[in-house]
Write a protein that binds this ligand. Structure first.
Ligand SMILES: NC(=O)c1ccc[n+]([C@@H]2O[C@H](COP(=O)([O-])OP(=O)(O)OC[C@H]3O[C@@H](n4cnc5c(N)ncnc54)[C@H](O)[C@@H]3O)[C@@H](O)[C@H]2O)c1
Length: 247
C-alpha cells in the first residue's frame, strides 16, 4: 500500500459514491482529507466513517461551479491544514438526453460542474502546491469522454474537456513537480447509475471483458497510487478503470 502520511487531500463530491470511496482510501493511506460537497450535512456520514477509523477529515460545503466560493473554501482548507498536496476533482453530474432534445441548460449544466468546476478547483489548488513543490491532481473523467455515448453528448463533451484540462495542467505545471492525471471509469455502481434499467445493464455488461459493472472500490486504489510520491514520474495520463471495455 502506498503511504500518504503528512499529506493533505481535497476530494470534491466526497459525500457518496466514488468520492466517498476515494476519501476513505486516501485516509486509510494516511492523508488528512478536506471533504467538499454541496452541503455539510451530506458529508457527515463519510466524515464520521473516517474519524471512526482513526483518520482526520474536515467538511466544507461548497458549490464548485462558483469560483468565489471555491477560492474562499481552498483558502480555508490551506489555512486549517497548513498545506494542500492532493486534489481529486471527482464531483460530477449527468443530464442525459438525446442531442436534439437537449435544452440549453441541460447542455451547459454538466460542462459547468464537470469541467468548469474542475478548472475552478485546479486554479485554487496550484498556488499552495507550487509553494510546496509537491502536487498531485487527479481528475475523474469517464470512458464516455474517450468514446462518446448516444444520449450523453453534454456529459461526454464535459469529460473529453476534462481530459484536455488534465493534459494541459500536466504540461503547464510539470516543472513545478505537480502532476495531473485522469482516471476514466467505465460503468460503476453508484447513485449516478442506479436508474439504468436492468436490460441496459445487461447489454453494457456483455461488452465488458471482466463481465461485471465496477464498484467505487475498484476506482479508489488507483487514486491512492497516483497521489503518492511513487507516482511522481507519471503525468498527463488517462487510465481507464472499466473492466477492459476500452482498449
Ligand atoms: N458512476 C459511474 O458509472 C461513473 C463512470 C465514470 C465516471 N464517473 C464520474 O465519477 C464521479 C463520481 O460519480 P458518482 O457515480 O460517485 O456520482 P454521485 O452522483 O453518486 O456523486 C457525485 C457527488 O458530487 C456532488 N456534486 C455534484 N455537483 C456538485 C457541485 N457543483 N459542487 C460540489 N459537489 C457536487 C454530489 O452532491 C454528489 O455527492 C463523477 O465525476 C462521475 O462523472 C462515474
Amino acid at each position: 500500500m502506498f503511504h500518504l502520511k503528512g499529506k493533505v487531500a481535497v476530494v470534491t463530491g466526497a459525500a457518496r459514491g466514488i468520492g466517498r470511496s476515494i476519501s476513505l482510501a486516501l485516509s486509510q493511506a494516511g492523508a488528512t482529507i478536506a471533504l467538499i460537497d454541496l452541503s455539510a450535512d451530506s458529508l457527515q456520514g463519510v466524515h464520521d466513517e473516517i474519524t471512526a477509523q482513526g483518520g482526520q477529515a474536515s467538511m466544507h460545503a461548497c458549490d464548485i461551479t462558483d469560483p468565489d466560493m471555491v477560492a474562499a473554501t481552498f483558502k480555508d482548507i490551506t489555512e486549517q491544514h497548513n498545506a494542500l498536496h492532493i486534489l481529486v476533482n471527482n464531483a460530477g453530474i449527468t443530464r442525459d438526453n438525446l442531442l436534439m432534445r437537449l435544452s440549453q441548460e441541460d447542455w451547459e449544466a454538466p460542462i459547468r460542474t464537470n469541467l468548469t468546476g474542475a478548472f475552478n478547483c485546479t486554479r485554487a489548488a496550484v498556488r499552495p502546491m507550487m509553494k510546496q513543490r509537491y502536487g498531485r491532481i487527479i481528475n475523474i473523467a469517464s470512458v464516455v469522454g474517450m468514446m462518446g455515448n448516444a444520449g450523453q453528448a453534454n456529459y461526454a463533451a464535459s469529460k473529453a474537456g476534462l481530459i484536455g484540462l488534465t493534459k494541459s495542467t500536466a504540461k503547464e505545471f510539470g516543472s513545478r513537480a505537480i502532476t495531473a492525471n485522469a482516471l476514466a471509469p467505465g460503468f460503476i455502481t453508484t447513485d449516478m447509475t442506479a436508474e439504468l434499467p436492468e436490460s441496459t445493464v445487461q447489454k453494457l455488461t456483455e461488452n465488458i471483458p471482466l463481465g461485471r459493472m465496477g464498484k467505487p472500490e475498484d476506482v479508489a486504489p488507483a487514486v491512492v497510487f497516483l497521489a503518492s510520491e511513487d507516482a511522481g514520474y507519471i503525468t498527463g495520463q488517462i487510465l481507464p478503470i472499466d473492466g477492459g471495455m476500452v482498449m
